[in-house]
Ligand binder design. Structure first.
Ligand code: AMP
Ligand code: MG
Length: 396
């Protein structure tokens, strides 16, 4: 059985960021920038007023001075090409370009207006209330580096440069195949012996949350049907995630059917609980294949530990095999915890205010406890934790 980190290392070494695609800004949120972006224009692109007021020559706008208001007003929008005549002030509004001959803007609150004249209550310095061209960004400056995650503010920055599209990595297509005779889709009636398929929507949305595009199919425990469904999934996707049927039961056909379709099993079984029967395979056409246990908790945990990091790397995020790939935090145990087994155990927990407790029953079918959990608590093989001791936790 492989150690967890070694398993992740072997998967990640088969993975590199996908091809680069240009997407409109509004579709780029949370994606990783695939190329450096350099400023193509100064920002602001021209000297402009930061206030509503009067554009003046500072030397003439001393305390108590009286200036005549010019006939034309400069508002934000088209630059009228106005020029200041000595002894005059030009009415101006926020964002408007500064007329020739002006070197300051006096706030309208700082003058008294009577007819066509203003009396200056408080004089201005040169440059006051003027946002100078290039004062925020200069042409040629590096704005964003490859690998940065696009946020609304960075998207706004690109827009301010007149850039409508941005290069990111193509979202991988991940297809989920659930397996099992006992499974029924939510919405349909349940016959004795049957259960609802919770893995399909859970893994599909986990895939979407990780940043990939997700599709789903289901196959009963029949080699012929499984072969047909898996062949279709392999042909159409970058990743295939199969839930259930990878254990050692007589009706666990996934492994042999995959091999029949040309998938090479890179490894099967990882030293981690839940999730021992995890399988990783590769198809000659490059499709990565993951077999996760059917029990929903095991499926979720193995997805988080081994599949989500792959999606993240395909999307251009930095991923280290040694890290679980989930945000870490340390919580002080509110209760005693024990891992009597010989594999690291990821327990489902609730971490609040730096304290962590177990979220309900810890069996691998127990999806209620998983639904309440906000973290996985990692206990090493044989580890006993006393109340008050710190334990490593990972956000889920
Ligand atoms: P398997 O890995 O196929 O042996 O399944 C292990 C357990 O998980 C069995 O109790 C299955 O009924 C259950 N299981 C498998 N697939 C699903 C699923 N998609 N949704 C809910 N439970 C499942
Ligand atoms: Mg099964």
């Amino acid at each position: 059985m492989l150690e967890e980190t070694e398993a992740r290392r072997r998967i990640l070494e088969r993975t590199s960021p996908g091809s680069v695609i240009w997407v409109p800004l509004e579709l780029s949120l949370d994606q990783v920038l695939a190329q450096e972006i350099v400023a193509v224009t100064d920002s602001p692109p021209f000297d402009n007023s930061s206030m509503d007021g009067y554009a003046v020559r500072a030397a003439e706008a001393r305390d108590g001075a009286v200036l005549r208001v010019a006939e034309w007003t400069q508002a934000a929008g088209a630059d009228l090409g106005l020029e200041l005549i000595p002894g005059e002030a030009i009415r101006i509004f926020t964002g408007a370009s500064i007329p020739a001959g002006c070197d300051a803007v006096i706030m309208q609150e700082d003058v008294e207006r009577e007819g066509d004249f203003i009396t200056i209550r408080e004089g201005v310095e040169r440059g006051e209330n003027i946002r100078v061209r290039g004062g925020d960004v200069c042409t040629g400056q590096i704005l964003l580096r490859r690998g940065e995650v696009l946020t609304p503010a960075k998207i706004g920055l690109l827009a301010s440069q007149g850039i409508p599209e941005v290069p990111v990595y193509t979202k991988p297509l991940a297809h989920i195949v659930t397996t099992g005779d006992e499974l029924v889709e939510p919405g349909a009636p349940l016959l004795p012996g049957e259960i609802y398929n919770s893995n399909a929507p859970m893994l599909q949305t986990a895939v979407i949350r990780a940043g990939a595009v997700g599709g789903v199919s289901h196959a009963i425990d029949d080699p012929a049907e499984l072969r047909e469904v898996l062949a279709g999934a392999l042909a159409a996707s970058d990743l295939v995630i199969i839930a259930g049927g990878v254990s050692v039961g007589e009706r666990d056909y996934v492994k042999e059917v995959l091999e029949g379709l040309g998938v090479v099993t890179e490894f099967w079984r990882v030293k981690v609980k839940p999730g021992k029967p995890f399988l990783f395979g590769t198809h000659p056409d490059g499709t990565l294949v993951f077999g996760v246990p059917g029990n929903p908790v095991s499926a979720y945990v193995t997805f988080a530990l081994f599949v989500a990091p792959v999606i993240r790397r395909l999307l251009g995020h930095e991923t280290e095999p040694s890290s679980v790939g989930l945000g870490t935090l340390s919580g002080l145990a509110e209760e005693a915890m024990h891992n009597p087994g010989d594999r690291p155990h990821y327990l489902r927990g609730i971490c609040e205010n730096g304290r962590v407790r177990l979220s309900g029953t810890q069996q691998s079918h127990a999806i209620y406890g998983l639904s309440r959990a906000n973290c996985l608590i990692r206990l090493e093989a044989g580890q006993e934790v006393a109340p008050g001791e710190a334990v490593p936790c990972y956000w889920i």
